[in-house]
Design a binder for this molecule. Structure first.
Ligand SMILES: Cc1ncc(COP(=O)(O)O)c(C=O)c1O
Length: 387
């Protein structure tokens, strides 16, 4: 599809203060521009709003399980966008991808077993194993000037007889790396050799920025490999279409026994998905493509703006993201001991790298109107200006 210019609809957005917004309440009452948690400041796409309105007009909001259109909408989306044919019968609705990760920890590993994952990574990958009484084993990625790469020696060295699961973040948060088919195939071979189940969190799969330049998302479970056929995939429309507050995600669980035990693993703790979340998800997958293309045009432009700003601030470095609306910025070259504190003092509220296992980094969310991002980048410059 030809790349569209950014749409003016993304140049302004509603004021979120006073709405219970996680993002905007964190520094409430202070002049700190929030560019941390991964939600966007843009309102949802029109077809999604219409679907939610229609569901509200129905007027009855009783206990709801996966409606008949939910799994087929996801299956059609995965086939169209990622050339991956799934059996809709393998889909299980879940109120969040984080919830799904927690369930897999309990389903696939015993207490004190190990879950391996690449770091730096989205913080729940680091703390959820402990909450479930399992252990997180961190495998650091290798940082190069233009890419983040898998350190295969570190991966081999990390595995032990207690290792059961590999939690893959694909595309990777916070670096924005899209794992290649060759890397995924090697990971599948590694997982099979060590009898690990791969759980692939693909929540960012629809925000690959350079598809036209040949950078494509390959679902791990779509590989032709036994480890791929055994894998569990977690996904959601929430990052791409900004629906996190509606709490609707999906797990693709090919194994029938695991699907049955999936529900049991969350019984009494994990609520059902709410009917508005289902309505929004189905509309996003069925009718969200035009809006997604417009969003991608904005996000590409924002990634490039951040890149230019970072290059002009001595001591900062950033490998440009291949996917996501996140910029993972290495501040260690500035000599500033606490980059998060320096940013907050300059009126900027990023995510702190230490939460991802990488002190010395910050993560900036670029999914806001361009004028606001430019203000954020001016504050970034102030944060690291000497004196
Ligand atoms: C990799 C990854 N997984 C999961 C989530 C959150 O998913 P959910 O809100 O569905 O729990 C995020 C949110 O930023 C994320 O980056």
């Amino acid at each position: 599809m030809p790349q569209l210019p950014p749409d003016p609809a993304f140049s302004s957005c509603p004021d979120r203060r006073g709405t219970g917004s996680e993002k905007w309440d964190r520094w409430a009452g202070r002049d700190v521009l929030p560019v941390w948690v991964a939600d966007m400041d843009f309102p949802a796409a029109e077809p999604i709003l219409e679907a939610v309105h229609a569901r509200v007009d129905h007027g009855v909001f009783g206990y709801t399980h996966d409606p008949p259109g939910f799994a087929p909408a996801l299956a059609a989306h995965l086939a169209a966008r990622h050339c991956w044919a799934i059996d809709p019968g393998h889909v299980v609705g879940t109120p969040g991808v984080v919830t799904g990760l927690s369930i897999t920890a309990r389903l696939l590993a015993a207490p004190d077993d190990e879950i391996l994952t690449f770091t730096p990574v989205y913080p729940p990958f680091l703390f959820l194993p402990g909450l479930a009484g399992r252990r997180c084993v961190r495998v650091p990625l290798a940082q190069h000037a233009t890419a983040w790469a898998i350190d295969w020696d570190a991966l081999e060295a990390a595995v032990t007889p207690r290792s059961r699961i590999f939690w893959l973040c694909h595309p990777h948060n916070p670096t924005g790396t899209v794992w290649t088919r060759a890397e995924l195939e090697r990971l599948a071979e590694f997982a099979a050799r060590h009898a690990l189940v791969v759980v692939s969190d693909e929540i960012w799969a629809d925000l690959v920025l350079d598809e036209d330049a040949g950078c494509r998302h390959v679902p791990f479970a779509s590989l032709d490999h036994p480890a791929a056929r055994a894998a569990i995939t977690l996904t959601a429309p929430s990052k791409t279409w900004n629906l996190a507050g509606l709490g609707c995600a999906a797990a693709v669980v090919p194994d029938a026994d695991r699907r049955t035990r999936w529900r049991a693993a969350g019984a009494g703790l994990v609520p059902m998905v709410n009917p508005l979340g289902y309505a929004a998800a189905e509309a996003a997958w069925r009718h969200g493509e035009a809006w997604r293309q417009q969003l991608l045009a904005v996000l590409r432009q924002h990634r490039d703006l951040v890149q230019r700003a970072v290059e002009n601030i001595p001591g900062l470095a950033c490998v440009p993201a291949q996917a996501t609306y996140l910029a993972w910025i290495d501040c260690r070259g500035t000599g500033v001991a606490d980059p998060q504190a320096a940013c907050e003092a300059a009126g900027l509220g990023p995510s702190a790298g230490r939460e991802f296992g990488a002190p010395g980094f910050i993560r900036i969310n670029t999914a806001c109107p361009t004028a606001r991002l430019k203000e954020a980048l001016a504050r970034l410059s102030t944060a690291f200006s000497p004196g």
